[in-house]
Design a protein around this ligand. Structure first.
Ligand code: COA
Length: 450
């Protein structure tokens, strides 16, 4: 075996044997540095970082590079999709792409090498250390940022090979497509939006019906292959293996509406929007203090429950990228104002598709407020390894009897809890729900904390 090839293989051996413990890293790092300086050849395997929260695999969504491409640090390498979010992986090196290890749609394991990059020249040790660091610092994965209206600067920066392919398949001239990506890059979404525009325009301008049909067909094909749909499919199919126990009830939220109306203005003056969610979230935390078993993660291998002290409440959020589930951490330590601040922060980030992996991981209990759209009762699906999820319906003014049997107009919120019936029985959920309902119906108890 030639000296250079041996060097490459040894580096790959190093990569595959890396572990994330502090001792392991420093030991391996030392060996790696000494070999590369000896061989004067820098082929590095760029790995998929551990993004925590039990995520072991992602799907390769899109490559922004191909073998032979020159890349600089922070250039986009690829986009991957987990069942929680999509993430753009950026380069840590200046160099030339040599090998891509996964095809689009293939499953990539955390810790495996995504791409080999041949460094332009011998780079300093810190660059090598970054590779090790990438195994232990999930925060260095950058969630795809909000597209901005930017003009394209040059042909090379216009788009990725994948986008060019979609454009070509649809007879679209990329120069006609308004670019919204960083540095004027035309994104896949831009091409799809352009195709919709063409489809609408064609209708009004009576251009051939055949062309409209073709565009719509291409568009629906592209949309149906959106990776978050694929991941939702996978994670929800897995969740359906869980025996769900569903319990529903209704609450009178008249006092809550009054309280919220009283303080809303004060929140607005602080630059915050106040909805009902912070009260629902705090009520969950207060109730969990008495039912800690419901704030737990299940381990199906050891058939055990890991009860969590922190109430990290995950909430289903509708964003331009689809459904994502960030969480508000340590709700047991937060008051309504602090929860509102966190919720506003996450909503702002959600709009920009820039919620961090930290916000997306570590959830212990989930909720979904579908009521802002409509509906009364819904059966939520548990987000494993969590064991409970709650869903709220639309608040409606409905006739109900008071204690004197008079019919009165009442503001009714419906709630449905789904729990993993392997570890939670119906009585526990019913008692928890009653306590939650008590707090939501009497929100002053939330403010005084008992
Ligand atoms: N019934 C009636 N009105 C409701 C309501 C409900 N259940 N929930 C919220 N509202 C009101 C709010 O009070 C607010 O009214 P306002 O303008 O008078 O203040 C308005 O609807 C919009 O509220 P918003 O700030 O968007 O939502 P929120 O704080 O209540 O909820 C999210 C935040 C993130 C949960 C929400 O924006 C969202 O994305 N919901 C969709 C969740 C989803 O997709 N679930 C399905 C999962 S499969």
């Amino acid at each position: 075996m030639a000296l250079r090839d041996r060097s490459i293989n040894m580096i790959r051996d190093y990569s595959s044997s890396s572990n994330i413990s502090g001792n392991g890293i420093s030991m391996h790092r030392g060996r790696f540095i000494s070999m590369t300086s000896l061989m004067q050849k820098n082929l590095v395997g760029f790995k998929l970082a551990d993004i925590g929260e039990g995520i072991r695999e992602v799907t390769m969504k899109e490559w922004f590079v191909e073998p032979g491409d020159k890349v600089s640090q922070f250039d986009k390498i690829c986009e991957v999709q987990s069942d929680k979010a999509s993430a753009t992986i950026t380069s840590r090196y200046d160099g030339v792409v040599r090998t891509l290890y996964y095809k689009v749609d293939e499953t990539c394991l955390v810790g495996s090498t995504l791409v080999d990059i041949e460094l332009e020249e011998q780079q300093d040790d810190p660059a090598q250390n970054k590779e090790v660091k990438s195994m232990i610092e999930p925060s260095e994965i950058e969630i795809a940022s909000l597209p901005k209206e930017l003009k394209s600067l040059n042909e090379k920066a216009l788009s990725t090979p994948a986008v060019r392919k979609i454009a070509k398949e649809n007879n679209v001239n990329l120069a006609d497509v308004p670019a919204s990506g960083k540095d004027g890059r035309v994104l896949k979404e831009d091409v799809l939006a352009y195709l919709v525009k063409i489809a609408n325009k064609t209708e009004t301008e009576e251009v051939s019906v055949a062309k409209v049909d073709q565009s719509i067909e291409q568009l629906s094909k592209a949309l149906s292959s959106k990776k978050y749909v694929k991941h939702m499919w996978k994670s929800m199919t897995q969740s359906l293996a869980i025996p769900h126990f569903v319990y529903s009830d209704e609450c009178d939220v008249s006092k809550l509406i009054k309280l919220r109306n009283q303080v809303k203005e004060a929140f607005n003056k602080q630059g915050l929007g106040l909805s009902y969610m912070p009260f629902f979230i705090k009520a969950i935390s207060q109730a969990l203090l008495q039912f800690p078993i419901l704030n737990a993660l299940i381990n199906t291998e050891t058939e055990s429950l890991d009860i969590k002290q922190e109430h990290n409440i995950s909430l289903a959020m509708d964003t331009p990228d689809g459904l994502i589930v960030p969480n508000i951490k340590n709700v047991q330590k937060l008051n309504i104002f602090e929860i509102t601040k966190e919720l506003n922060r996450l909503q702002e980030l959600g709009k920009k598709s820039s919620i961090s992996p930290t916000d997306l991981t570590g959830g212990t209990f989930s909720i979904s407020n579908i009521g802002i759209i409509g509906g009364t009762y819904t059966k939520p699906i548990i987000l494993a390894p969590q064991i409970v999820i709650g869903a709220f319906g639309k608040i409606q003014k409905l006739p109900r009897f008071d204690e004197h049997n008079n019919v009165i107009a009442t503001n009714i919120l419906t709630v449905s809890w789904a729990a993993d019936h392997r570890v939670v029985d119906g009585v526990t959920i019913a008692k928890f729900s009653n306590l939650w309902k008590h707090y939501v119906e009497n929100p002053s108890f939330l403010l005084i904390g008992i």
